[in-house]
Design a protein around this ligand. Sequence first.
Ligand code: IMP
Ligand code: MG
Length: 180
Amino acid sequence: MIPHPIHETLFDEDTIHKRILELVGEMKDDLRDRDLIMIGILRGSFMFLADLCRELYREQIHPSIDFITLESYYGGTESSGEVRIAKDASVNVEGAHLLLIDDILDTGRTLDTAEKYFFNKGAEQIKTCVLLDKPERRVVPFEADYVGFTIENRFVIGYGLDYDSRFRELPYIAVVQEEN
Ligand code: IMP
Ligand code: MG
């Protein structure tokens, strides 16, 4: 059995759910009546996208949904600084309105790379949505259109976010305690 690191809840399930409802309130008028494609950046976005798209459905917003796998983290909590496409999306984005979803906006490299990539592929408009934002960590200037929670520079796990590929399944977001 793999022990979980010592961690402290930052946002519980109820808090995340309430914030998603508010986010949908912020974005629904921008997204309605469009041929919308939601693209989740794997792997961190899977849980957030799943919850978000079900709330969009309740607002009569019916996107097509696809995923792209981008990798920048090679274990632990350190980024290599380089983002590569490990698995491309298969949808044709030419002339489309995209909603890019990621779990967290950290250095900004992932979303910046993804946005440039899809504009290059002919997307007409791109909106970006992240559940978490750590503005202190930004290396590439990037602001998401919709942000769930702005947080301090702490390493978080759960609700899709991993530590060495684990703990993505936690239904809440927690801060990992540094070991002394
Ligand atoms: P960026 O390219 O530095 O903005 O990083 C985005 C990616 O880094 C996210 O999609 C996450 O996979 C990962 N990441 C950044 N901060 C954290 C964290 O606190 N916990 C887990 N993953 C993180
Ligand atoms: Mg990720």
